[in-house]
Every structure is written in structure tokens, then in C-alpha cells.
Write a protein that binds this ligand. Structure first.
Ligand code: ADP
Ligand code: ZN
Length: 520
């Protein structure tokens, strides 16, 4: 069996070896089991379902929200000699009928379907008639409202699969999932028992750095940075099309080979600029997040965020485009809190839950930027991974801030969580610690706790980072069941009985760095 699968890997895709978790994943799918794959971008997720699809009888359904990439993927598979098709709104009636006929004839190994096509009654009927092998759900984090890319259509997938084929195995794949999102995906797809294959998110060759974003200064810094990396490829991400154009022009005026990329440009211009970047006619692409999906340039040496991304998921994905070849990549972000507020305002017309969730994502982003603990530790913790030691390869590790004795702080934080019975969120805990009473606190009689007001000497900001660092240190954790609630871990409980010295560090104070800035 193993040998057979390996031969297929070589014969069809031309690869002599599996990468990372691919082999056990393929095996699991071939056994017809539900499978959950969490793998960083570029690690080779597609092969995990493509290979079993080719080997098995029938057609595998691949659900993907990226209509723009579907044709590409199908073309690639066809080039490997694999019979694959797609079904989405870009096809006309006769093209659609042709695809359906091909699938019903049993020849098609993979059928890519957009979620909105999947929910159409006529397509459900058609799929009922087809012989299917399994359903792969790409970008599975789109199912979750707690993630950064929620798509309501994704929530209907499970009930459609149930109609089309009750016992079809489901393969969920994603490159970003916090523990909360992970749980949400599994619940929604009724696949709590699925075998989980989670790869590490640690990109050891990426150097993370955050600098304050200062008017006039930042642009100069960027030009200087690029000039000192002459001939190297880099990406600069900006939030708006206008900013993209502005920065691209600024770079060009300064003799840098740069090109813009955003969804407002003509497709021909976009393709040309992208090709110029890939062929190294230009060194720097200045882009909105529209750039990068499905692009695989291995030797991108730096990714600069001129504007702060909307979530750490986005930040991780975008910085992940640096150093694909395994050589060093520099991830440099310019940050000011004002940008977070600006982003928050964009969400004001969204439905309440969406707006609230977007806000939480933004606050996490701000906390990352302002934190002075090891960036990698922070980032990996966000994705549910504990890094024991500081990485030594980020700005905070290279230029550590002065630390303070955190033992008493940690004890107070743990005591507060424990004495309020592991049931409250950060804001509430801090109110208790700082002795800030309100009706809510009174109704729980938390103003009568021993710990009430014990930390009134320090401000809210300090307590926030203490609680965060307690979480990253594994003493406290987020309760996955109850959003926002913070609870004690076994390690935290043990610490209360046998405390030892810990050190914390204060966050960066970006605001004070901006005080002297000259207006634009
Ligand atoms: P993801 O979907 O996880 O972002 P892809 O599936 O697009 O990643 O794969 C990234 C790249 O790795 C592709 O160019 C793919 O051909 C290549 N790849 C995947 N598996 C292997 C393998 N076993 N050996 C060599 N290259 C591989
Ligand atoms: Zn570090």
C-alpha cells in the first residue's frame, strides 16, 4: 500500500518524497476517515487531497472560496494529466452542463466548487447522482465567525453534504486557525472525532520587527531600507489602493524599481506587474492584500507592512510570503494605534457579532505590536503553540526591554482568576485587581474579595500585559467554550502553591515616541 501510494506520488506529481505530515494525511483519507489538516501556507496542503482523489474511485469535491484561483488549480491538475473541473459562477450554461456530464460519466477525479454554487438546488440534485469519493473543504476557517474571514455560505456546507451523501468522508484544511476557530470548525462540520494533523507554525527563518509609524520618518526609513537591500525582492503591504499608488510612486521617484498591485488596476496591468515581480524586472511590489494569494516567489527577502493588518491571521499569512526558500526573511511592520482605530471605524456598518469579533482581532493585533516579549512566542501562542524559550531572532529578543520582577503580579492575577471562579474576561479581572467598582462587580460581590484593589498602584495597561504574559507563559488560558473568559491552567494552580521568580516586561510605549513628530 505505502509503496503504491509513493509510486503514484512520483508518477503523477513527479515528487519523490512526501513533505511533513502529507503521508499520514493521505493514508488517513484513503482509509475513508474524517481528517482535519492545519498546515501553514506553502507547506503543501493541496497534495493531501489531490493524491487520494486520483487514487480513489469517483469524484472528490473540493470546496474553495477562491474563485479566481480555481481555474489555475484545475489547469495545473490537467497539466499533470488529471481529469479535473470546476463549477462556479464564471461558467455559462453550456459549460456547466459539459462539466456535469463529465462528472456523471465518472471520469472526473476532482471537482472544485464555490460555496455559493454548492448551495444551488440544481447542483445538489446533480451531486446526488454523481459517484463521490470525499469532500475536501479548503480554507475551512471561513466557517468560523471567530476567525478573520467568515463566509456565511460556509456554514451551510455540512447540511448539503448530508443531503448529497451522508457518509462521505470530510477533509477540512486551513492555514490559519486559533484554538477557538479550530473547535468551531470541528463542531460545525460534526467532525469532533476527526484525526487532527497540525503542523508547527514556527517559521524559524523569519525575523519579526515592529517600528513606530511616524509621519515623514517612516517613508524615509522604507526608502533607506530598500536601498540597503538593493536587488532583493520585497513586498510592501498598504491598506488602501490610494496608499499603494502613493508609495509605489514615491519609490519610483527615488530610483527604486517598484510596481503597484491592487484590485482597482486593470487585469492586464495587474498581471504585468506581478510577472515583472516574478521575473525580477521590479524589486518591490507595493500591494493591498489582494496580492499574494497563490503566488509562490521563493526568494522574497522582506515583507513590510506600511499599515497594520486587520488580524494576526492576516499578518502571519502576509509575512509568510517572505523566505519561502528557507533563507532569511525580514518582516517589518510600522505601527501606530491610530491605525487600529481607523480600521475599527471600517467595521461600523457590520452586524453586531461580526463587528465585535473584528474588534477582538484588532486588539490582538495591537497587543502583538505593543508587546515587548518575544514576537515568535506571542505569534505562536496565538495559534495555540507554546514556545518554551525566547527565539533570539526578533526585535524584542535582540533588544530586550528591561524586565521587572513579576512574581507578585502573577500571584495577584492568578488569585483574581481563581477567586472569581474562572468565569470572567480581562476587563472584569482588571477592574477587580485595580479596585474599580461598578454595578456588575457589586452584583457578584467581587468588591468584597481579598484581592479587590490589590493592584491599584499600577495602570490598566500594565495589568493587561501582565495577564497576557501570564497566558503566554501558560499560567492562564482562554476558555475555548466561553469567549473572552480567562481561566487558570494546571501550571497556574501549581504555581500558586509553589511560586518561583518570574520576570515580565512592560509593553512598548509607541504613543510617546510619536509625540515629537512633525505634521505631514
Ligand atoms: P498550500 O496549499 O499548503 O499553500 P500548496 O499545496 O500550494 O501549498 O503547495 C506548495 C508548493 O509545494 C507547490 O508548489 C507544490 O507543488 C509543492 N509541493 C507539495 N508537496 C510536495 C512534495 N511532496 N514534494 C515537493 N514539492 C511539493
Ligand atoms: Zn524572539
Amino acid at each position: 500500500m505505502d509503496q503504491f501510494v509513493k509510486e503514484k506520488l512520483k508518477k503523477i506529481f513527479g515528487f519523490s518524497q512526501f513533505r511533513g505530515n502529507q503521508e499520514p494525511i493521505v493514508d488517513n483519507i484513503l482509509k475513508g476517515k474524517n481528517t482535519f489538516v492545519i498546515m501553514p501556507t506553502g507547506a503543501g496542503k493541496s497534495l493531501c487531497y489531490q493524491l487520494p482523489a486520483v487514487i480513489q474511485d469517483g469524484t472528490a469535491i473540493v470546496i474553495s472560496p477562491l474563485i479566481a484561483l480555481m481555474k489555475n488549480q484545475v489547469d495545473q491538475l490537467n497539466a499533470f494529466g488529471i481529469n479535473a473541473h470546476f463549477l462556479n459562477s464564471t461558467l455559462n450554461k453550456s459549460e456547466t452542463n459539459k462539466v456535469k456530464k463529465e462528472v456523471l460519466s465518472g471520469k472526473t477525479k476532482l471537482l472544485y466548487v464555490a460555496p455559493e454554487s454548492l448551495t444551488k438546488e440544481e447542483n445538489i440534485l446533480f451531486l446526488k447522482d454523481a459517484k463521490l469519493s470525499f469532500v475536501a473543504i479548503d480554507e475551512a476557517h471561513c466557517i468560523s465567525e471567530w476567525g478573520h474571514d467568515f463566509r456565511p455560505e460556509y456554514r451551510k456546507i455540512k447540511s448539503i453534504i448530508a443531503q448529497v451523501g451522508e457518509s462521505l468522508p470530510i477533509i477540512a484544511l486551513t492555514a490559519t486557525a486559533t484554538p477557538k476557530v479550530q473547535q468551531d470548525i470541528q463542531r460545525n462540520l460534526h467532525m469532533e472525532e476527526a484525526d487532527l494533523y497540525k503542523s508547527s507554525f514556527n517559521r524559524t527563518n523569519l525575523y519579526y520587527e515592529v517600528r513606530p509609524k511616524i509621519k515623514n520618518e517612516t517613508k524615509k526609513q522604507i526608502i533607506k531600507y530598500i536601498k540597503s537591500h538593493k536587488g532583493k525582492s520585497g513586498i510592501i503591504y498598504c491598506l488602501s489602493r490610494k496608499k499603494v499608488e502613493e508609495i509605489a510612486d514615491l519609490l519610483k521617484v527615488n530610483g527604486i524599481k517598484a510596481a503597484p498591485y491592487h484590485a482597482g488596476l486593470d487585469q492586464s496591468v495587474r498581471i504585468k506587474n506581478q510577472d515583472d515581480f516574478l521575473n525580477e524586472e521590479v524589486d518591490v511590489i507595493v500591494a493591498t492584500i489582494a496580492f499574494g494569494m497563490g503566488i509562490d516567489k521563493p526568494d522574497v527577502r522582506y515583507v513590510i507592512h506600511y499599515d497594520v493588518p486587520k488580524s494576526l491571521e492576516g499578518y502571519y499569512q502576509e509575512t509568510g510570503r517572505a523566505g519561502r526558500d528557507g533563507l532569511e526573511g525580514h518582516c517589518l511592520m510600522f505601527y501606530r494605534y491610530e491605525d487600529i482605530i481607523k480600521l475599527e471605524k471600517f467595521n461600523k456598518d457590520k452586524p453586531v457579532t461580526e463587528r465585535e469579533n473584528a474588534k477582538v482581532l484588532l486588539q490582538e493585533m495591537a497587543a502583538y505590536a505593543e508587546s515587548s516579549i518575544c514576537r515568535r512566542k506571542f505569534l505562536l501562542h496565538y495559534f495555540g503553540e507554546l514556545l518554551e524559550d525566547d527565539c533570539g531572532f526578533c526585535d524584542n529578543c535582540k533588544k530586550p526591554k528591561e524586565k521587572f520582577d513579576g512574581t507578585d503580579y502573577l500571584m495577584i492575577a492568578l488569585e483574581t482568576v481563581k477567586n472569581t471562579n474562572n468565569r470572567f474576561n480581562m476587563d472584569h479581572l482588571i477592574n477587580v485587581i485595580r479596585g474599580e467598582s461598578n454595578d456588575y462587580i457589586k452584583s457578584y460581590k467581587h468588591d468584597q474579595l481579598n484581592v479587590f484593589g490589590k493592584g491599584k498602584e499600577d495602570d490598566e495597561r500594565l495589568w493587561k500585559t501582565v495577564i497576557r504574559q501570564s497566558m503566554i507563559g501558560g499560567f492562564l488560558e482562554k476558555d475555548i467554550e466561553n469567549y473572552g473568559v480567562i481561566k487558570l491552567t494546571a501550571k497556574g494552580e501549581k504555581y500558586q502553591n509553589e511560586p518561583y521568580a518570574v520576570t515580565f516586561c512592560k509593553d512598548h510605549d509607541f504613543e510617546s515616541m510619536l509625540e515629537n513628530e512633525t505634521p505631514e
